[in-house]
Design a protein around this ligand. Structure first.
Ligand SMILES: Nc1nc2c(ncn2[C@@H]2O[C@H](COP(=O)(O)OP(=O)(O)O)[C@@H](O)[C@H]2O)c(=O)[nH]1
Ligand SMILES: [Mg+2]
Length: 399
């Protein structure tokens, strides 16, 4: 599942890790020549050869030198050459005293190690990473606005922080995980609490399922009916799709298989009235929940959109569940916005994730309308319904 998305995310992590692991470029052209010039012959007695200490500018260059092999090279540096006069000279020890030599060396070593071991990513680094990775993320159906959110979140997490090169991959994976979590962590819906609260008011809870044609609404009604029955609740189904051919029979088929009552009118009947009747029946017979199927529609179906608004206006559902076909990719975001603007969506079921390799729409949809995903549809059987857990979902994507 989501192989394509996982692969793109993995690629993104290694791309950004590479940016951290890049060693700073050597500034060879600024380096001063290492070999000291021979000094003029003057003293009779040979003084200890002075160690050539790097000047300030040179020190900085040395600091940026990345590999330890080169540090040894620095220490082995030849002492300044001195012309030896012919007369015998008094022997003087060559090396300067240890105390003088050590601090300089260690200080420099520490400096070099720091530069080698850590790197600070800048806002610009993150921008250039997204310029490179953006297409991959879009290809995996993550919407543009979701990618923008990821970029801001990654900047907050990474820019300006010293990142140890050694643990860079984990650090970046964590930042990416947080940014993805920010997309899908849009609150939660407690279905059982909704039912219990309605019961306290002496009525059944009303759930209306909406979405495009073929997105998986009727199948999801059947799945949720089974889910509630498994928890001991008594649902009733409302055949609110009075528009599509065979839609009522399809719902009745589920009702028969599950042993659940279906309230129906005929084709062409007022959908709002069907749901209203189902609620009356449920309230009178102490059912816990009405699960109302509706006709599939798009924003261009003005009449059907108006009909849906009426269903909502008349029945004031406790939960408006948008069912999206996750395979529709980026279009799922547009669908979510359309329905949210028209009637206000409370939560989402993402259907058909069992046949979806991209998965980016799951990351984008709830961010786009700031509503939680309640379930994932994982197949065509009643049991193929998985409670959506944002944290676990994101972790699994990056495993
Ligand atoms: N693989 C898979 N197929 C699904 C899933 N949910 C629904 N379907 C199938 O999608 C098709 C359309 O589903 P349906 O419930 O009739 O969509 P509706 O028009 O929105 O009511 C049917 O063939 C379903 O079996 C799912 O989670 N996984
Ligand atoms: Mg249907």
């Amino acid at each position: 599942m989501f192989g394509f998305l996982k692969e793109k995310l993995k690629k993104s992590v290694s791309r950004l890790t590479k940016k951290v692991k890049e060693r700073p470029a050597k500034k060879l052209e600024e380096k001063k020549p290492r070999v000291a010039k021979p000094k003029a012959v003057k003293p009779k007695i040979k003084k200890p050869a002075k160690r050539v200490r790097p000047k300030k500018a040179e020190k900085e260059i040395v600091k940026e030198r990345p590999v330890e092999a080169e540090i040894h090279e620095e220490v082995k540096e030849e002492p300044a050459k001195v012309e030896i006069p012919e007369e015998p000279v008094e022997e003087v020890p060559e090396a300067p005293p240890e105390e003088e030599k050590k601090p300089g060396f260690l200080e420099r070593l520490r400096g070099i190690k720091e530069v080698v071991a850590e790197k600070k990513l800048t806002d610009k680094d993150i921008d250039s990473f997204f310029a490179e990775s953006g297409t991959d993320l879009l290809q995996a159906n993550i919407a543009l606005e979701a990618v923008d959110h990821m970029r801001d979140s990654m900047k907050k997490e990474l820019a300006g922080k010293k990142i140890r090169r050694r643990g860079a991959e984990q650090f970046i994976t964590k930042a990416l995980e947080d940014s993805l979590f920010g997309l899908v962590n849009q609150g939660s819906v407690n279905l059982e609490k909704i039912i219990k609260d309605a019961k306290k008011q002496g009525r059944s809870a009303c759930l209306v399922f909406l979405g495009y044609n073929g997105s998986g609404k009727t199948t999801s009604v059947g799945k949720i009916a089974r889910y509630l029955m498994d928890k001991g609740y008594k649902p009733v189904l409302a055949a609110g799709d009075t528009f599509r051919a065979a839609s009522i029979e399809q719902l009745e088929h589920h009702g028969n298989k599950l042993g659940v009552r279906v309230i129906k009118h005929g084709y062409g009947a007022d959908s709002a009235a069907v749901v209203f009747d189902a609620r009356k029946f449920a309230d009178a017979n102490r059912y816990d929940a009405v699960l109302a199927d509706t006709a599939g529609r798009t924003h261009t179906d003005k009449n059907l959109m108006d009909e849906l608004k009426k269903v909502v206006r008349v029945n004031k559902p406790d939960l408006k569940v948008l069912v999206l076909d996750s395979l529709t990719g980026n279009d799922a975001v547009e669908q979510a916005k359309t329905f949210h603007e028209a009637v206000g969506v409370d939560c989402v079921i993402m259907a058909k994730i069992d046949v979806n390799e991209k998965g980016g729409s799951i990351l984008s949809v709830s961010y786009a309308i700031k509503k939680p995903i309640l379930f994932l549809g994982t197949g065509q059987e009643y049991g193929d319904l998985k409670k959506f857990n944002p944290g676990r979902f994101v972790k699994e994507l990056l495993e």
